[in-house]
Design a protein around this ligand. Structure first.
Ligand code: CTP
Ligand code: MG
Length: 248
């Protein structure tokens, strides 16, 4: 089903309306640009606006907690600055500090047992089909969900000089994307535990795993790329153009 067809589904179809925490407080070092990558132009808007429009146009999403850098001077200039469904809070040193700040803001307005999504500002190609898959899988999970895809290439384990040690069993390996879905209180506690123990947190799921949870992978589109390096913008532009053409 296309995004257009899915978008015509109503909020009532979903058991819970989701809040999404969107970390957007990074500097985008690898992008080598003159501004944080979430404010670079993409298909007529900024990367961040594309991401937020994708989320807020889905009937299962009630609002966004947007996490911005302390010294962000770009947000005020965007068209979405007056959008009532976006709450703003401030970011931290690393991504997971920013996510934790977003969760704390959310805990002021919704119960801790509610499911929440976390989605990177730098993934503007998230589709409504993928959001549907996550929302419809939520009632069947206990420990949370991670959008992702099985790896396709042969995977090698190497030493520090890139010499091959072994070939890994590909059938057990997935790429992890965002959105990821967890109960607000459980994710906040897991991230806080990692912070206290100084453990590295690469995504929300890794913090949950540390606390003994086993989230479920949900297969999503490989078009849901993260804008990381300059060439990714061209790729994202092509993906968004293809989606727009499919909807015409
Ligand atoms: N992010 C954040 N707070 C941080 C670091 C990152 O909110 N302290 C956000 C980014 O804005 C991005 C998402 O987390 O939307 C994913 O992080 P990443 O792709 O690593 O973005 P950057 O950290 O900005 O990029 P880089 O690592 O190249 O500097
Ligand atoms: Mg980073």
């Amino acid at each position: 089903m296309t995004d257009k067809a899915r978008s015509s589904t109503s909020t009532e179809q979903f058991q819970q309306a989701f809040w999404v925490v969107v970390p957007a407080a990074g500097v985008g070092e690898r992008m080598l640009a003159d501004r944080p990558k979430q404010y670079l132009p993409l298909a007529g808007k900024s990367v961040l606006e594309q991401t937020l429009n994708r989320l807020l146009s889905h009937p299962g999403i009630i609002g966004v907690v947007l996490v911005l850098a302390e010294d962000d001077s770009y947000w005020e200039q965007t068209e979405l600055v007056t959008e009532k469904r976006i709450l703003i809070t401030r970011g931290g040193e690393q991504r997971f500090h920013s996510v934790l700040n977003g969760l704390k803001r959310l805990a002021e307005i919704i119960p801790k047992q509610d499911w929440v999504m976390v989605h990177d500002a730098a993934r503007p190609c998230i589709s409504h089909d993928d959001l549907n898959s996550l929302i419809l899988a939520t009632p069947k999970t206990k420990d949370g969900l991670v959008l992702g895809a099985p790896v396709r290439d042969t995977m090698k384990q190497v030493d520090s000089s890139a010499q091959v040690l072994s070939t890994l069993d590909r059938s057990c390996l997935w790429h992890a994307f965002t959105p990821q879905v967890f109960r607000l209180g459980e994710l906040e506690a897991a991230l806080t535990a990692c912070l206290d123990k100084n453990l590295p947190v690469t995504d929300e799921a890794s913090a949950m795993e540390y606390c003994g949870y086993h989230p479920q992978m949900v297969q999503g589109s490989e078009h849901n790329i993260k804008i990381t390096r300059p060439k990714d913008l061209c790729l994202a532009e092509m993906i968004l153009k293809t989606v727009a053409e499919e909807q015409e």
